[in-house]
Design a protein around this ligand. Structure first.
Ligand code: NAD
Length: 477
């Protein structure tokens, strides 16, 4: 393991952004660097009054922001440029508070800028339904008002900025709230982007656990755009019900990968290992359960083990580091619990299996075998560096076990014959199914969870539908 013990060479304070102004929090809370376990900064804790001021500012700004689509598209272009220009300054903050390696932090900025650009350029005309001697009618869309955008700690810039891009292009205004486990980088991005839109169009607030429910129940919020766990998603859906706020929920996943007997073991191992352990396993659409043809299982397990042992864990700020720590202690404890349960249920640990002693929330990259559906590490979302590998008897068996879950975010099928894999991929009950890859995301693609993994779609014109409501006009002739 590597360590970087010097004091931070980056900004460690950030403001709330409310009504176009940088505002200090009513109080503050600690931000911990998960690579050291030490508090390295504090973040503003918005009071209920500050939250209300942010929503009021968004409601006020909505009156004019909704009008001029060209102005909105121009603003998104400028936001994309500004975000990229800020990457060098803010990526180290993201690494310090989130734990991911610096290269991945940079990639979040590049990926997020792509969402801004995409929604700046997307043509999205209304539909003329009828235009003849009897009538003219048009199916147009109307923005809704202030959107509450709530994000998790694993990819706060990518997810937060994508939500901002979709909502702002549609003509809504935004109150963005990052997770208390990684608030600073989002606040800093908010400070920069809010300068490029009229005051109140983009507000960013941070705070403790009480803030989320206050935001989702605020009467002026018209839509909630949430990414996070299934448990929180369900409580948000309940909170939204009382005044029928619109919802987009991007929730947890437990993606299955099915590896057919003709797959290339090295290619498949490389693709699955790198996507399963991205962000040290803390990615929503990572493969989290592998079902492999029995003939290929030993070779695949060996290839995973070899890669896990060769991966250098350490402080993400160190350029020699391959992967960082878990983001927080409860998450590491959860991974430990799942591995312990797997072993107690007869599972075997092919490599890893232990917490890494020393500062920070590190855990060995772990491959678990001899488990099956019905054991927690297979049934639950581990969201950490522990990957169960199982074999299957037939394609039907693999598909049935892959689908035997309430999760439905993503999945993949691996084969040297993509034509053979594609119909199997289509049988996966997931919002996205890949062939010979996993976790490829892009703003033009519909990203959605099936079953408990989500409600609604992000990406493409579908997200603009979700950020607007129907405004049909009919004119008899
Ligand atoms: P979480 O649900 O604990 O928290 C997410 C956000 O919701 C945070 O900002 C948190 O402060 C806020 N929050 C918590 N309780 C709330 C409430 N009652 N009302 C309103 N807001 C509330 O999730 P997390 O631990 O930060 O993130 C990990 C989870 O996110 C995993 O399940 C992962 O799969 C999921 N995730 C999903 C996607 C996706 O696109 N589907 C992407 C990334 C992460």
């Amino acid at each position: 393991m590597s360590s970087v013990a010097t004091s931070p060479a980056f900004r460690t304070s950030a403001s709330l952004t409310i009504g176009g102004k940088a505002v200090a929090g009513a109080s503050s809370f600690d931000v911990v660097n998960p690579a050291t376990g030490e508090v390295f900064a504090s973040a503003p804790d918005a009071s209920p009054d500050q939250l209300d001021a942010a929503v009021q500012a968004a409601a006020q700004a909505f009156h004019t922001w909704r009008i001029d689509e060209d102005l909105r598209r121009g603003a998104l272009r400028r936001c994309a440029d500004a975000l990229l220009a800020a990457a060098d300054e803010i990526a180290p903050v993201l690494t310090a508070e989130q734990g991911k390696i610096l290269r991945e932090s940079h990639r979040e900025f590049v990926g997020a800028a792509a969402w801004l650009r995409y929604y700046a350029e997307l043509e999205w005309p209304s539909v003329i339904v009828q235009d003849d001697g009897r009538a003219f009618s048009e199916a147009a869309r109307r923005p809704m008002g202030p959107v509450a955008a709530i994000t998790p700690w694993n990819a706060p810039i990518y997810i937060g900025v994508a939500k901002v891009a979709m909502a702002l292009r549609a003509g809504n205004t935004v109150v963005l709230k990052p997770s208390p486990y990684a608030p600073l980088s989002t606040l800093m991005v908010g400070e920069i982007l809010s300068e490029l839109v009229p005051a109140g169009v983009l507000n960013v607030i941070s705070g403790g656990d009480a803030l989320g429910p206050l935001l989702t129940t605020h009467p002026l919020i018209r839509k909630i755009s949430f990414t996070g766990s299934i448990a929180t998603g369900k409580s948000i859906a309940a909170a939204a019900a009382s005044d029928l706020k619109r919802l987009t929920l991007e929730l947890g996943g437990n993606d299955a990968a099915i590896v057919l007997d003709d797959a290339d073991p090295e290619f498949t191992a490389e693709g699955l290992f790198s996507s399963a352990f991205t962000f040290t396993g803390q990615a929503c659409v990572a493969p989290k359960r592998i079902y492999v043809a029995e003939s290929l299982r030993p070779a695949l397990v060996d290839a995973f083990v070899e890669r896990a042992r060769a991966t250098k864990l350490g402080n993400g700020a160190d350029p020699d580091t391959d992967l960082g720590p878990l983001n927080n202690l409860p998450q590491r404890n959860y991974v430990v619990e799942l591995i312990g349960d797997a072993v107690a249920s007869g599972g075997k640990v092919a490599t890893g299996g232990h917490v890494i002693d020393g500062p920070g929330y590190f855990h060995e990259l772990t491959i678990v075998t001899d488990v099956d559906n019905g054991i927690r590490i297979v049934d639950e979302e581990q969201f950490g560096p522990a990957l169960p590998v199982m074999s299957f008897h037939s394609i039907d068996d693999a598909v049935e076990r892959a689908n035997a879950t309430e999760f439905g975010l993503g999945g993949s099928v691996w084969s040297s014959d993509p034509e053979r894999a594609l119909p199997i991929a289509k049988r996966l009950e997931a919002g996205t199914a890949w062939v010979n890859t996993h976790k490829v995301l892009a703003p033009q693609n519909p990203f959605a969870g099936s079953k408990w993994s989500g409600v609604g779609i992000e990406g493409g014109p579908w997200a603009l539908e979700a950020n607007t409501e129907s405004a049909f006009v009919y004119l008899p002739r």
